[in-house]
Design a protein around this ligand. Structure first.
Ligand SMILES: Cc1cc2nc3c(=O)[nH]c(=O)nc-3n(C[C@H](O)[C@H](O)[C@H](O)COP(=O)(O)OP(=O)(O)OC[C@H]3O[C@@H](n4cnc5c(N)ncnc54)[C@H](O)[C@@H]3O)c2cc1C
Length: 459
């Protein structure tokens, strides 16, 4: 077995029990959440601390073996699984699961890269504070993976995306060196923002082992509503009216009648007996009566309102991803894109006929306030998925949008990078990559970055 020497050495670093090779066990690490991407790996390696991560990175680099860092494997663009046809290991961060004591006066907490978001949220909440990023995959998505993808989620309108939460970072570079910036400073302008650079780098520049994040006050009083609207532009007008009424918007999501119909087919209760063309789900930090008054003043004819966590209203929105995946006869073509706010309706209008042309169902939803639409295309013939993707992403670019709003590029969107980045931009990104990972060991292929160079030493 050619990899035996390497695997023995890795077992020497992390312990034999944490070098997984049994296909029945590794299968779950090799296919991504969408089911569209499957890779090959010599093993799944699960280091338990930063020194072990550094040892694994060094040993793999010596052998020219690629490393695919993996957190919760909830990524939606194929970046969390290794490439096909190249010696690679999956480096799972599952055992980097420590959480420091919450620094309440400093409003910060440090956590290992493998900590799932929901665990971090519970810990921080118990200390009387909150974390500014939240998303439906919270039980599995890890803090490290969220930094690596610069995750967005439902509260970007209030607190910004993951990049805005990162105060410090610990990461193992491709050389095996450990980069650590770990001070809870709100302002620190000494040179390049390396934590910011690693945020959104999708495992191509370093393996993130720990993150120091800022915390925010808990929301004391919230109210949510699902409001019936006839167009995305109307949803934006309602949002503006809510803000003009002096209410602080914490989340604003857009859903569509076709999504409601699909949810109902899968046993979910509809918020309205007769769903309107579009639905705005909004959460504000205010009393329910104030939200009701703002909606009325905005001319909303029909709305369902809930105070507090509004679990029932949010369940409608959060059920979308899973039910869409279940309902499609083929792996869903999921395109997370953004456009300027006034173009949201135009985008939906542009994609609907494309979906019809390809015999697909289009069920979009998204983060309205961020101009971020999740275009979900169901029942697409896999042989035509790239062709449809191409048509949709060109429509997005034509509207002045971005081919990736918050999920990243991964492997899925590499062919379309030039729709959102100029040649000079791409060249600068490659220069950064070759400075930090000259042999291309880290996540080759992701973000269109080059593959591992021939090994200097055999396996
Ligand atoms: C139901 C559902 C809802 C979602 N909602 C949202 C949403 O609202 N907003 C949003 O932004 N995303 C959303 N996502 C996508 C996904 O949850 C995020 O991209 C998340 O940040 C991925 O975290 P992860 O730990 O699962 O990373 P993985 O899927 O394991 O990895 C994602 C990428 O990060 C890299 N990576 C992971 N860990 C590390 C590390 N420690 N060091 C270096 N690189 C690493 C991987 O190599 C890969 O390129 C959703 C996904 C699902 C399934």
């Amino acid at each position: 077995m050619p990899a035996a020497g390497l695997l023995d050495d890795l077992a020497g670093i992390v312990g034999g029990a944490h070098v997984l090779t049994d296909p029945a066990i590794t299968a779950g690490y090799l296919t991504d959440w969408t089911g569209r991407w499957t890779g090959d790996a010599l093993a799944v390696v699960r280091p338990g601390n930063t020194a072990e991560v550094a040892g694994v990175v060094r040993r793999c680099a010596e052998s020219g073996v690629a490393i695919c860092p993996q957190g919760g494997n909830t990524g939606l663009v194929g970046g969390s699984v290794p490439p096909v046809g190249m010696p690679a290991v999956v480096l799972s961060t599952a055992r980097l699961d420590w959480i420091d004591d919450v620094d309440v006066p400093g409003r910060a907490v440090g956590a290992g890269a493998g900590v799932p978001l929901a665990r971090l949220e519970r810990r921080v909440h118990a200390a009387g504070l909150a974390f500014g990023v939240d998303l439906a995959a919270r039980d599995s998505a890890t803090v490290g993976g969220m930094v690596a993808t610069n995750a967005g989620g439902i509260h970007v309108v209030r607190y910004g995306s993951m990049r805005a939460q990162v105060l410090g970072i610990e990461a193992v570079l491709a050389s095996g060196e450990v980069l650590r910036r770990w001070r809870p400073l709100r302002k620190d302008n000494v040179g390049y923002d390396l934590p910011g650079l690693l945020t959104g780098s999708e495992g191509t520049l370093a393996v993130i082992t720990g993150v120091l994040v800022r915390l925010v006050p808990q929301l004391r009083r919230t109210a949510s509503a699902i409001a019936a609207v006839d167009h995305p532009a109307a949803a934006l007008r309602v949002l503006t009216a809510i803000e003009e009424a002096g209410l602080v918007v914490c989340a604003a999501e857009l859903m569509i009648r076709r999504g409601m119909d699909l949810l109902a087919e899968h046993g979910h209760r509809r918020p309205f007996a007769d769903p309107p063309p579009y639905l705005l789900l909004v959460t504000v930090e205010a009393a329910g009566a104030d939200l009701a008054a703002a909606l009325e003043a905005a001319g909303v004819a029909d709305a369902v309102l809930e105070e507090g966590s509004a679990a029932q209203l949010w369940a409608v929105r959060e059920a979308h991803t899973e039910i869409i995946a279940r309902a499609s006869t083929t792996p869903v073509v999921k395109l997370d894109v953004s456009v300027p706010l006034p173009a949201l309706g135009d985008l939906i209008d542009a994609v609907d006929p494309l979906a019809a042309e390809f015999g697909a169902r289009h069920i979009p939803f998204g983060h309205l306030a961020d101009g971020n639409l999740h275009v979900n295309l169901l029942d697409v013939d896999p042989a035509r998925a790239d062709e449809l993707t191409d048509r949709v992403l060109r429509a997005v670019a034509g509207l002045g949008g971005s081919i990736s709003a918050e999920h990243g590029v991964g492997r899925a969107k590499v062919p379309w990078l030039d729709l959102s980045r100029s040649l000079a931009d791409l060249a600068a990104m490659r220069a950064v990559k070759s400075a930090l990972d000259p042999r291309g060991t880290l996540n080759p292929g992701v973000l269109g970055m080059a593959s591992v160079t021939p090994p200097g030493r055999g396996l």
